[in-house]
Design a protein around this ligand. Structure first.
Ligand code: B16
Ligand code: MG
Length: 215
C-alpha cells in the first residue's frame, strides 16, 4: 500500500457546499453594496470565515468597521449558510465518493477529515458520515487556517501516522499549499487541478484506490 492514511478536505471534495457559501456571502455583499462574484468566491475556497470576510471587504468603501462589527457580519453570514446546510442529506454525497470511501476503509486505509470549516461536523452529520471517519479535524481545532498545514498535521497525529504515510485530497490552492508545507503528498481535484504543486490530479475520487493501494 502506497499510503496508510488519507486526509480529505470536506467542502469541494466529499461534498459541495461552495454554492451555499456563495449565496450567503453574495446576499451579505449585496446588502453592503460590495461587488462580489464567482471569481472572488473561488478565492475563498479552503480559507477561514474571517479571512474570507477580509477578502470580500477588499471592495468595501463604507465607513471603517470595528472587529466587533466584522464578527457580527460573519456570524450573520454563517446563520444564513447554516440554513442551507440544514437542507442537506445523504443525497449530497456522490455514489462514487461513497463507494471509494468504503473501498479504502475495507483495505485498511485510515481515513480522516481536514477541513477549515467550523461547520464540518454538522455537515458530516447531515450527509450521514458523522461517525464514518477515524478522525475529524476542522476549523474549531486549529489556530492557523490553510495554507498553514496545522489542520492536516493534527489529522495525521490523530490517526497516528506521519505526513509521509498520508495522502491529502484537496480542491483549493490554499489546501494544496498547506499539504506541501506539511510534507504531505497531495491529490488535487476540481479547481486545485490547476495547481502545479499537486502530486497527483484526478477528475473523480474513484481514481484514488489506484493511487493509494498500489505497492
Ligand atoms: P465555515 P474546506 C472551507 O471548507 C471552505 O472551503 C471555505 O470556503 C470556508 O470559508 C471555510 O471552510 C470556513 O467555513 O464558515 O463553515 O467555518 O474546504 O476546508 O472543507
Ligand atoms: Mg475545500
Amino acid at each position: 500500500m502506497r499510503y496508510a492514511g488519507v486526509i480529505f478536505d470536506l467542502d469541494g471534495v466529499i461534498c459541495h457546499t461552495d454554492d451555499f457559501h456563495y449565496k450567503a456571502w453574495k446576499s451579505l455583499a449585496d446588502s453592503m453594496n460590495i461587488y462580489f462574484d464567482e471569481e472572488i468566491n473561488n478565492r475563498l475556497r479552503g480559507v477561514s470565515r474571517m479571512e474570507s470576510l477580509d477578502i470580500i471587504l477588499e471592495r468595501y468603501h463604507g465607513p471603517p468597521l470595528s472587529n466587533a462589527e466584522k464578527l457580527r457580519i460573519s456570524e450573520s453570514k454563517n446563520m444564513h449558510y447554516k440554513n442551507f446546510i440544514m437542507q442537506m442529506d445523504e443525497s449530497y454525497v456522490a455514489a462514487s465518493v461513497l463507494s471509494t470511501l468504503h473501498e479504502l476503509r475495507e483495505n485498511g486505509v485510515k481515513l480522516a477529515i481536514g477541513s477549515s470549516s467550523k461547520n464540518a461536523r454538522l455537515i458530516l452529520d447531515r450527509i450521514g458520515l458523522g461517525s464514518f471517519f477515524n478522525a475529524v479535524t476542522d476549523g474549531n481545532d486549529i489556530e492557523f487556517s490553510k495554507p498553514h498545514p496545522q489542520v492536516f498535521l493534527l489529522a495525521a497525529d490523530k490517526i497516528s501516522l506521519s505526513p509521509g504515510e498520508c495522502l491529502v485530497v484537496e480542491d483549493a490552492f490554499a489546501g494544496i499549499e498547506a499539504a506541501v508545507a506539511g510534507g504531505f503528498d497531495c491529490v488535487a481535484i476540481g479547481d486545485a487541478t490547476r495547481d502545479v504543486r499537486a502530486t497527483y490530479t484526478v477528475t473523480d475520487l474513484e481514481e484514488l484506490p489506484g493511487i493509494i493501494l498500489r505497492e
